[in-house]
Design a protein around this ligand. Structure first.
Ligand code: AMP
Ligand code: MG
Length: 310
């Protein structure tokens, strides 16, 4: 990436504008987290309700500590182990973090992303960057710069292209403001990996629409426009013209796409596959139910949400 483009991106962030940038999870729609008017633009462009808090991206644990009112031993251990990486820590916030960033909550979600461009952008801008996924609210997250351009187009001041996201699923979100710590969103950093370092972690209950106990946890989310249905052996596929995403098993569908059998490779391919099929105008997309083993937890969570009917 040429340094001039990056300098311009950092300048736009400092000027209160929006820059879409790559992370290892998905592409983010970034703004200066300390500038409420800039953050307000994120909500407007995404059509995101004000009740949905944003993750703040920082370049180091030191920058995270300037936003958090507390830094418990668990935060030290987990940040040392997983950052830069796909784990967001929710901590009590300092008043320096505008309320609009956290949807009025007394806590802030922070993480150090593991993509060199994201880190350079935060460093050059010199401010923490609030960034949700760079897509309209409830839609599929973007894993390439093209997905961002297709979904948000001219509404973004600049899109930095850093190639396809390596992880491909949104970060694990862990609240350290709760005791015991609470897993708010599963991701590719697993509950078992976290528990091995800090002991028992409570699993937040799955919530249906309208009954959520925490913001940002409504069921319908991460959805393609094409209806997505879970398929399992013996369950008939819907009528009409559809495509079946299989994992080695049999299918009665006329059209099928073979997905990787390994959880990490599956996660990395999932959103790009759904974006591509979404453009093809199928009546439905069926996808094999994921295995019940822990490394598939985050994928099962996203598919459960993506297959919900609005
Ligand atoms: P997104 O950036 O669109 O992937 O969504 C951010 C997610 O982070 C939300 O769904 C929330 O679950 C979570 N999150 C961010 N900040 C907080 C917070 N202060 N408290 C609880 N959850 C948070
Ligand atoms: Mg999102």
């Amino acid at each position: 990436m040429d340094g001039e483009l990056l300098a311009r991106a950092a300048e736009l962030i400092r000027a209160g504008r929006l820059v879409a940038f790559p992370t290892e999870t998905v592409y983010g729609l970034g703004a200066n987290a300390l500038d409420p008017a800039a953050v307000e633009r994120i909500f407007r462009v995404k059509g995101r309700p004000a009740s949905s808090p944003l993750i703040v991206h920082v370049d180091s644990p030191a920058m995270a500590r300037r936003l958090a009112a507390e830094w418990p031993p668990e935060a030290e251990v987990l940040s040392q182990h997983f950052w830069p990486g796909p784990l967001t820590l929710v901590l009590p916030k300092l008043s320096a973090v505008p309320d609009i960033v956290t949807a009025g909550l007394p806590t802030v979600g922070v993480r150090v992303p593991a993509h060199p461009l994201a880190l350079r952008l935060i460093r050059e801008a010199g401010v923490p960057i609030a960034a949700p996924s760079a897509n309209p609210f409830t839609h599929l997250s973007p894993t390439t710069a093209d997905h961002v351009r297709e979904q948000l187009g001219g509404a973004v001041d600049l899109v930095l292209d850093g190639g396809a996201a390596r992880v491909g699923l949104e970060s694990t979100v862990l609240s350290l403001a709760a005791s015991p710590p609470e897993l708010l969103r599963p991701g590719m950093v697993s509950r078992a990996e976290i528990e091995a370092l800090i002991g028992p972690v409570r699993l937040a209950a799955r919530v249906e629409n309208g009954t959520q106990s925490a913001p940002g946890r409504r069921r319908v989310h991460y959805s393609p426009r094409t209806p997505l249905v879970m398929s399992r052996p013996g369950k008939p596929l819907p009528a009409g013209r559809g495509v079946h995403l299989t994992r080695g098993g049999a299918s009665t569908a006329a059209h099928r796409v073979e997905m990787p059998g390994d959880a990490e490779a599956f996660a990395a391919a999932l959103y790009d596959t759904l974006h591509r099929l979404d453009r093809q105008g199928w009546d439905w997309i069926a996808i094999d139910e994921p295995p019940g083993s822990p490394e598939w937890d985050a994928i099962a969570d996203r598919l459960w949400r993506a297959s919900a009917v609005e």
